[in-house]
Unconditional design. Structure first.
Length: 90
């Protein structure tokens, strides 16, 4: 069973400050397929601070720069389509 204890904050996967754990249940059969550590207020604060800092520069990017970022995101997601599909339907 997969256990997720990290959040993606400020460009990196960091251990959760939160301690509450939630089961992820497969809706087709009701079985627990993973556990995830939920974020708490400290995790949210870190995420909000990182987002504000990123927006300060991202807000000044050009249309072309943003399109390039979206193309790169598409490439990265497409390269892991099997992993993402497995995570979605398991």
């Amino acid at each position: 069973m997969k256990t997720i204890t990290k959040h993606y904050i400020d460009g990196a996967f960091v251990e959760s400050h939160g301690r509450e754990v939630m089961d992820i249940i497969n809706p087709t059969n009701g079985k627990v397929i993973a556990n995830v550590t939920l974020a708490d207020e400290e995790d949210a604060r870190r995420g909000i601070t990182a987002a504000k800092r990123a927006f300060a520069t991202f807000g000044r990017t050009t249309k072309e720069e943003r399109a390039s970022i979206l193309r790169r995101l598409h490439e990265v997601v497409s390269a892991r389509i099997d992993d993402l599909t497995g995570a979605t339907v398991e």
